[in-house]
Design a binder for this molecule. Structure first.
Ligand SMILES: C/C=C/C(=O)SCCNC(=O)CCNC(=O)[C@H](O)C(C)(C)COP(=O)(O)OP(=O)(O)OC[C@H]1O[C@@H](n2cnc3c(N)ncnc32)[C@H](O)[C@@H]1OP(=O)(O)O
Length: 271
């Protein structure tokens, strides 16, 4: 940081080559920008994506994140030229672990995240969308995990996040066949939450709707869902009760309930 203002927090945004990052009205928009390769997730693109969670968490203005792609793809998977250079199981394992780490950090963000799937979301591209909380697909989008057709398996979380999201049977249909599903089928499968003409516009509307709610409550609700996933029901319910307790002690809870009783919209402060 060149110079620090006394009362102002100046956040430096790094120069990105393969993506853009902009914040508008509390929503960070991350756009993958390798349209000539259908936004294939090269190592250098993944390295840039790895910087996003920290940027988001350092900026108190950011209350939601939308991921999208430039051109006709969201992302057509890991970069197959780089995959072709994998020489042995150890290299392959490291390769998968790196992508998994990046997506795990995105999945762990405390703010709501939305994938605006503007076109192809295949392989690692779909796995990025699966690391987000919500998915909005354009009518023309195509989604799939085609890895077995390449002699691979999904390696950036797909074998785990897809069955958790849509169930084992439906996930294995997609994983075994490698087929592309259109937006309508993706909605039917529960793979996406919304389908719209313009995925990004719809994702922004969805984010705005979410952001009308109390920020701490949103973070605690996400934490409860995420932490509960790996636990048995009794333990997970204890966590829910603890987090409910935190939420119930916020100023925003007092405001939310008071506003309801006074028949007016609430004004949340994130306190
Ligand atoms: C752990 C994670 C593993 C994985 O993710 S494995 C990868 C899984 N993904 C895939 O298998 C999808 C590969 N791509 C495709 O099947 C096709 O593309 C599409 C069906 C998405 C689109 O087909 P079309 O409209 O005919 O476009 P095009 O000419 O194939 O692609 C345009 C340019 O984009 C490059 N490209 C597309 N996907 C990838 C990729 N995943 N890795 C590297 N390059 C990619 C192509 O090669 C080409 O480039 P040029 O114009 O130079 O020939």
């Amino acid at each position: 940081m060149e110079h620090e203002h006394e009362h102002e927090f100046v956040l430096e945004i790094p120069e990105f080559e393969h993506l853009s990052y902009e914040v508008e009205e509390g929503i960070a928009l991350v756009t993958l920008k390798r349209p000539e390769a259908l936004n294939a997730l090269s190592q250098s693109l993944l390295e840039e994506l790895a910087e996003i969670p920290e940027l988001v968490q350092q900026d108190p203005e950011v209350r939601a994140v939308i991921f999208t792609g430039e051109g006709k793809a969201f992302a057509a998977g890991a970069d197959l030229k780089e995959i072709a250079a994998i020489k042995d199981p150890f290299m392959g394992r490291e390769y998968a672990l790196f992508g998994q780490r990046v997506f795990a950090e995105i999945a762990a963000l405390p703010v709501p995240t939305i994938a605006a799937i503007n076109g192809y979301a295949l392989g690692g591209g779909l796995e990025l969308a699966l690391a987000c909380d919500l998915r909005v697909a354009a009518k023309t989008a195509k989604l799939g995990l085609p890895e077995v057709g390449l002699g691979l398996i999904p390696g950036f979380g797909g074998t785990q996040r897809l069955p958790r999201l849509i169930g084992r049977g439906r996930a294995l249909d997609l994983i075994f066949t490698g087929r592309h599903v259109d937006a309508e089928e993706a909605l039917f499968l529960g793979l996406v939450n919304r389908v719209a003409e313009d995925a990004l516009e719809e994702a922004k509307k969805l984010a705005q709707k979410i952001l009308k709610n109390a920020p701490i409550a949103l973070a605690l609700a996400k934490e409860s869902v995420v932490r509960g996933e790996g636990l048995d029901l009794a333990e997970a319910l204890e966590i829910e009760a603890d987090l409910f307790g935190y939420a119930a002690a916020t100023e925003d809870m007092k405001e939310g309930v008071r506003a309801f009783l006074e028949k007016r919209p609430p004004s949340f402060k994130g306190e």
